[in-house]
Structure formats: structure tokens, C-alpha cells
Design a protein around this ligand. Sequence first.
Ligand code: FHN
Length: 438
Amino acid sequence: CDEQELDAAAETYTPTAENLAARRWFQDARFGVFIHWGVYSELGRGEWVMNNQKMTVDQYKPLAERFNPTKYDPAAWVALVKKSGARYITITSKHHDGFALWDSKTSDWNVVDATPYGKDLLKPLAEACKAQGIKLFFYHSHLDWTHPDYFPRGRTGQHSGRPDDGNFDRYLDHMDAQLAELLGGDYGDVAGIWFDGWWDQLNRSPENPRATHVDWRLGQTYRLIHGLQPAALVGNNHHVQPFPGEDFQMFERDLPGENQGGHSAHAVIGDLPLETCDTINKSWGYNASDHSVKSTRQLVHYLVKAAGRDANLLLNVGPKPDGTIQDEFQERLLAMGKWLDVYGDSIYGTRGGPVAPQAWGVTTRRGDAVYIHVLDPPKPGPDGWSKLAGCEKLSLKELGYFDPSEKLEWRRGADGALEVRLKQADEPAIDTLLVGQL
Ligand code: FHN
């Protein structure tokens, strides 16, 4: 494990003023769109298809010869993201199959050299983002199922048909060279790098839940990124406590502090900005048979619950191989945008509120304004009123409805508790909001 090197990095990494400003921007943004896209999209069975179907490199690589996203319209993607109310995109520059979605010179396993499409996918996306005021992050996989030097194999990718050897340092040089390409200027100001796959080499022990079989050289890679673009935020989906050099902490399919997701049992919330990610259906990469689309209510609730825990939501879409985004995803993103058009003030630029998350909902705060988000009103008593647990000591001036059309009445009970009552017995609004001043 590289604990020593990481400790050394801890002493040397001091985020710059630009980096700290970028972290504040990130927290203010609160909502981003995640995009999983690559040659695996061709098969429509998710981004793990190579591993799940035990495909060798030789069986998998010809997929690239079919990948020809002629309907890819990055300006339309970004316009959709803008309409969803999201402020940034995080796209897979390279997923676990090692395929590069840009014109990489580090190997031929990239969209320009290996596909009939033959054009860089990330450059026009970066340009469209810049033109429309959306920031762009790159998801970059540490683990790699096709690179000859990714050895030892780790927990996944055992079926690749590659020889059982490789030079791991050479692999890490390849990774760093790729990152230097992405951050070298051709893709403009990169908002950040979102790493994933560190966990492939986990060798956890009770004494050290962060021990790995290899030295990932994280310190060196993080220094490279911050050296090239100090404002670029480094995050790593390693599901453990943040390492030095990281600028935000993410929780996959898990609200920070809940530890409900299988991955984050060892995740302890640190003091960095937080992000959680989730899917609209159940899949990250395009899955033609997954129609289990979450409702707008569920998705808005997740966004609000994340904001109440001081975290962003990164909501995923897996575009089709032709470059289009399926209708169900577009509908949901547009519905999120409609909701944010009305209620955005209670989300953007806020931090977690003064009341800890409760079963009924959360609070968010901007300056002295406190927003009380009643997502699932508590079970009412015989008179129809119910207490908002946790708000007993919350004293707010000018408490009132955030949106006067809502169906919820409120009052201070005899003991000072905040009580609410549904005006009608029908389905409550997605989020009934009260606002007051500290
Ligand atoms: O294995 C990946 C998976 O394909 C996907 O990219 C998600 C997104 O958070 N992360 C990994 C699992 O932790």
C-alpha cells in the first residue's frame, strides 16, 4: 500500500485559492448529469458486459468496429442538461474497458483510431459545454480490462485472455499520459477528474481498510492534475475515507451518512464537498432491457435529500450507441428542470440545513434563509396534525410557505413544536416547502 507516499502528499497538497473557489462552485451547483458511454453501449447490456459475459480482449475489441454514433449531437446533449437544471456533466472519458472517447495518442484503443466514426467525442462536448455555461468533468477508470500492463488483474477482468504479467508502473505512466492529454488544454478548463476502480486492488484488513495490492501512485497522479489545472477537482469513487489530494468525496447510490449502499460501509464523511450518484433506471451504461425508470418524485426526493445532507446529486444517463438519449431519460431530466425552475432557490447555493435529516424530509440553508422540505409528511394524529420531528428547537422568523399553492398547513403546537397538516387527503406535493429566517 502507498500510505507513506500519501502521507507525504498530505503534507505537500495545499489547495490553491482557485481550487477552493471551484469547490464552493461545486457545492453551489448541487446537481450534475453523469454520462456512461462507450463501445459497450453497442451491446445494450450495460458497461460491465465484457466482464459479465467473460469476453476476452480479442472478442471485445471488434465492438469498436461497429461503434458509429452518427446521431451524436453534443450541443443537444448540453441543451438537455441545461434544461434539467444541472450545472455540470461528468462523462466517462475511459471506463473499465480502457476505451478512450477522445483522440488519445497513448494507444490505438480510442474512438478516432478504432471506430468507423473516427472523430473525437469529447472535444465537441467540451466546446458545447463552454458555449452553454455547463462545466465538464471526466470520469476516468483506474482499473482497465484491456491494457496489457494492467497487472495484477485485481478482482475483475480475469477473463481477458491476456498473459499473466505486465508492468504496472508502465500502466500508471499510460494513465498519467492520458490525463495529461485531457488536462493539457485541448479540452479547455476541466472541472475535475472523477476516478473509479481503485477498489479493484483492495486488500483490506481490519487494521487498514484502505490497503491495496498495488501502489496506485495516487499522490503523483493528483499532483499532475493539480499542476496542470489547479482548479480541477479530484474525486475518487474508492468508497473509503478520502485520500490527501482529493477535493470532493462521493458516495455511490448512497446518501452520505446513510451507508445503505453495499459499497460505502467503510466510507466516513470527511470535510470535503460531497456528491452522491445514482441512475434513472438501474443501469449506468445503456441497457436495452432495463425499463425500470424511477419516478420524477423519487428523483426529486433524492436530489433534495442529498442537498439536505450537504451533497450534490450526479444523475446518470447511458446514451444509446447511435448517440441519442432515450425518451424516458429525457422526460425525467426535463421534469427535474421544471421542478427546479420553481424550487431551485431551495437547492442551488444551499448547504445542509440546521435540522439533521429526518424521516419526513430535510432542511437546506442559504445565508439566514432556512428551507424546510417536507417530502413525506409524517403520519397525522386524530386531528390531522403531525409534528415535524427535529424542529422543536428551530426558531425561525417570518416562517411561511415557499410556494403558496401547496397543500400543507402549518402551525406551532402548544409545546412549540412545528406541526403540519395536509389540506387534502390526496397525494402530497413532491416537496412541500416552508421557508423562514434564522
Ligand atoms: O464499476 C463502476 C460502474 O460501472 C459505474 O461506473 C459506477 C458509477 O458510480 N461505479 C463503479 C462501481 O463502483
